[in-house]
Design a protein around this ligand. Structure first.
Ligand code: URA
Length: 216
């Protein structure tokens, strides 16, 4: 795990498997099917890292031989919240890791002119005593990420209950998220160079939603 001195709550998951798979995803000619499979594989690897600090407690269980106090994840239950639509490409992998997690949805699209998020759907599970993993492959301007975090916080979710998981981020977007929500932890596979004039991440991988779903 790597950090950038500019962004104290940004964690870059630079595991070789994650980096190798991401490079393949970036390639222009990678097929929709492969892109989707790689995203799921990366999400599984990232999910493993971001759940590393989940608190454990013990529960008494009986093995065929003895009774033991066995470690189980304590208290807080997980909710996975993809930001539609590209976030769905990541929530599938996370659900394989934590099949009993609740799933919420935040639907936001980017106004092509203003690049500001326009909300069209919010459905969330009960927010008490839960850890929310918000996911969106790209943090570009950061506006959708800030909006989704706002949505959770308006419902009483605290900074400490939120983990934001993305594949690729632009420094401009991370700055926006950090300014608005300095205490929310953001995990990414790569912090790229910059945003271009159309608010695409460079070098990036193009439009993540289009590449996951095979649309144009
Ligand atoms: N959204 C994407 O899918 N790609 C970008 O580069 C920026 C925003």
């Amino acid at each position: 795990m790597k950090q950038d001195p500019r962004f104290p709550n940004l964690f870059i998951l630079n595991h070789p498997l994650i980096q190798h798979k991401l490079s393949h995803m970036r390639e222009r000619d990678t097929s929709t099917r492969t892109f989707r499979e790689l995203l799921k594989e990366i999400t599984l690897l990232m999910g493993y890292e971001i759940t590393r600090d989940l608190p454990l407690t013990t529960r008494q269980i009986e093995t065929p031989l003895v009774t033991i106090d066995a470690p189980v994840i304590a208290g807080k239950k997980l909710a996975i919240v993809p930001i539609l639509r590209a976030g769905i490409g990541m929530s599938d992998g996370l659900l394989e890791l934590v099949p009993s997690a609740r799933v919420g949805h935040v639907g936001v699209f980017r106004d092509p002119e203003t690049h500001k998020p326009v909300e069209y759907l919010v459905r969330l599970p009960d927010t008490t005593d839960r850890i929310f993993i918000l996911c969106d492959p790209m943090v570009a301007t950061g506006n959708s990420a800030v909006h989704a975090i706002d949505v959770l916080k308006k419902r009483g979710v605290t900074d400490e209950q939120i983990i934001f998981l993305a594949l690729v981020a632009a420094p401009e977007g991370v700055q926006v998220v950090q300014d608005a929500h300095p205490n929310v932890k953001l995990y990414v596979a790569s912090l790229d160079s910059h945003l271009n004039e159309h608010a695409y991440i460079v070098p990036g991988l193009g439009d993540a939603g289009d590449r996951i779903f095979g649309t144009k």
